[in-house]
Design a protein around this ligand. Structure first.
Ligand SMILES: [Zn+2]
Length: 450
C-alpha cells in the first residue's frame, strides 16, 4: 500500500475535484482505494510519502509517437512534412531491432521523466532484414515500466504507385495485414489492468492503399482492437486527397470505414466545419500534437471547436524527429498556447489542458474506465510534480503553476502503484545508459549512410 499525504491533488474527475493538503491511497492490487482532503489516517501503511509542495495529477497519457525517431533527431530541421519525410525515409530504411530497441528505451524513459505513465507508439517502418523491431520496442518499454499501446503500423503505397515513401520501404498489402494480425495474437492483452495493448495503424493516406485502409478496419473490428492513423496533418495531404480521392481527408476516412469511437487520428489540423461535426457524431478521437505541428509549420488544430463538438482529444508528443523535445509535460502548455493563439485567452484554461493530457488521452486509447483520473477503483497511475522550487513557487494555483510554468520535475510517477520515477530519476533503468545506447544507435544509423 502507498499513501501520499499533504499534497495538492487535481483528480481530473468529471467534477474537476481538487484538494489542497489531501491524500491518495493505492492498495496492494495497484488500484486507488481512497482520495480526499486532509490526512489518510493510515500511518501504518507500508509507505507514506509526504507531498508537501507538490501537485498530484493522473499520469499523463501520450496518444501519438514514433519512438524509433529518437535516433534521428535534429535532421531536416527546416522542412515541411513532405520534405522532412523524403529526407528521412532512406535513413529509416536502415533501422533494425537493435536500433529500434535503443531508440524506444530512450524515448520511453524520457516520456516517463516528463510525467507520462501510458504511451502509445506508432511504428510503421519494417525493413526486410531488420529483425523483430516491434518486439524490440515492447521489451524496451516493459523495462521502463509504463503502460504501453504500441500499434502495428504499415505502408504499402510507394512512389511507383503514386505514394510518397521509396519503393523498398513499403510492404505488400497482404503481408502487412498478416503481420498485424500476428502482432495482435502475440501481444494484445485486453484485460482492465493491461500493460500492453496493440492497435492497428496504417500510416497515412499518402503512404497506404485504400485496400489496406479498408481491410485494416475490418481486421481491427474482428479482433476487438483500436485503429489509429495520421489524418489532416498538412495542406499537402489535403491536396493529395483532393487529387487522388476527390474528397477531404475526413471524407476519405469515412469512405474506408475509419470513423468511430474505436478510432483515434493523429493531428486533425486541417479540418473544415463538416469534418469536426462528423468526428463529434462518430466519437472519433484526435491526438493533438501542437509542438510537432509547430516544428513542421503544419498549422494549428481547431481544438476548441473539436472539444465543443464532443470529440475526444488527447495530447501527443509525436515522433522525436519532428519534435526533438518530446516532453509530454511541456505539451500541456503548448496545447494551451496553441488554443489561445487561435481563439484568444478564453479558448483554453490550465485545467482543460490537464484534462487533454490525462482523461482525454485515456479516451483516445479506450482506457477511460481505468486510467486518466484519480478516482477510487481506478488504476494507481499518477504523478507527483515538484512545484516548490524557483521555477514554480509563488504561483499559488498549482495546476496553473504546472501548465503555465516551466516543465516541472517529476518527483514520483506510479504505474499501478509501482514507482517508475522517483526523485526525478528512472527507477528501472539508468538514464545515462539509455543515452549511450541511443547515441550508439544514432551513430550506427548515420555511419551506414556514408
Ligand atoms: Zn506522427
Amino acid at each position: 500500500m502507498i499513501v501520499i499525504e499533504n499534497a495538492t491533488i487535481a483528480t481530473v474527475d468529471a467534477q474537476g475535484t481538487e484538494f489542497s493538503g489531501g491524500h491518495v491511497v493505492i492498495g496492494d492490487d495497484g488500484r486507488i482505494t481512497a482520495v480526499g482532503p486532509g490526512r489518510s489516517g493510515l500511518a501504518e501503511a507500508a509507505r507514506v510519502i509526504d507531498g508537501t509542495g507538490h501537485l498530484v495529477t493522473p499520469g499523463l497519457v501520450n496518444t501519438h509517437h514514433h519512438l524509433y525517431q529518437w535516433v534521428t533527431r535534429g535532421l531536416a530541421l527546416n522542412d515541411t512534412l513532405f520534405g522532412w519525410l523524403t529526407t528521412l525515409y532512406p535513413v529509416w530504411g536502415r533501422l533494425d531491432a537493435e536500433i529500434v530497441g535503443a531508440a524506444a528505451g530512450a524515448g520511453v524513459g524520457w516520456l516517463a521523466l516528463s510525467g507520462c505513465t501510458t504511451t502509445m507508439d506508432h511504428h510503421y517502418v519494417f525493413p526486410r532484414d531488420g529483425g523483430d523491431v516491434l518486439e524490440a520496442e515492447i521489451e524496451a518499454a516493459r523495462k521502463i515500466g509504463v503502460r504501453f499501446h504500441p500499434t502495428r503500423g504499415s505502408m504499402d503505397l510507394s512512389r511507383k504507385d503514386g505514394g510518397l515513401p521509396p519503393d523498398h520501404l513499403v510492404e505488400e498489402t497482404d503481408e502487412a495485414l498478416a503481420a498485424t494480425e500476428a502482432a495482435i495474437d502475440r501481444w494484445h492483452d485486453p484485460s482492465p489492468d493491461s500493460m500492453l495493448r496493440i492497435a492497428v495503424a496504417p500510416c497515412s493516406p499518402f503512404s497506404v492503399t485504400t485496400r489496406l485502409m479498408e481491410e485494416a478496419a475490418l481486421l481491427a473490428r474482428r479482433k476487438g482492437v483500436r485503429l489509429h492513423t495520421h489524418l489532416a496533418e498538412t495542406d499537402d495531404e489535403e491536396e493529395f486527397c483532393r487529387k487522388q480521392f476527390d474528397c477531404t481527408p475526413v471524407e476519405y476516412a469515412e469512405r474506408v470505414g475509419w470513423l468511430g469511437d474505436d478510432v483515434w487520428l493523429a493531428h486533425g489540423v486541417h479540418l473544415d466545419d463538416a469534418a469536426i461535426v462528423r468526428l463529434g457524431e462518430t466519437g472519433t478521437g484526435v491526438a493533438h500534437c501542437p509542438s510537432s505541428n509547430a516544428r513542421l509549420g503544419a498549422g494549428m488544430a481547431r481544438v476548441r471547436e473539436l472539444l465543443d463538438h464532443g470529440v475526444p482529444v488527447g495530447l501527443g508528443v509525436d515522433g522525436s524527429a519532428s519534435q526533438e523535445a518530446s516532453h509530454l509535460g511541456a505539451e500541456l502548455r503548448q496545447a494551451l498556447y496553441t488554443a489561445r493563439l487561435r481563439g484568444g485567452p478564453k479558448a483554453m484554461d490550465a485545467r482543460e489542458a490537464l484534462r487533454l493530457g490525462t482523461i482525454g488521452g485515456a479516451r483516445c486509447l479506450g482506457r477511460q474506465e481505468h486510467i486518466g483520473s484519480i478516482e477510487v477503483g481506478k488504476l494507481g497511475d499518477l504523478v507527483m510534480w515538484r512545484l516548490d522550487g524557483l521555477g514554480h513557487d509563488g504561483i499559488d494555483d498549482k495546476v496553473a503553476a504546472l501548465v503555465f510554468g516551466p516543465p516541472a520535475r517529476v518527483e514520483l510517477a506510479l504505474v499501478g502503484g509501482e514507482p517508475v520515477v522517483e526523485r526525478g530519476e528512472l527507477v528501472n533503468a539508468d538514464e545515462e545508459g539509455l543515452t549511450r545506447a541511443a547515441r550508439r544507435a544514432h551513430q550506427r544509423l548515420l555511419d551506414a549512410e556514408r
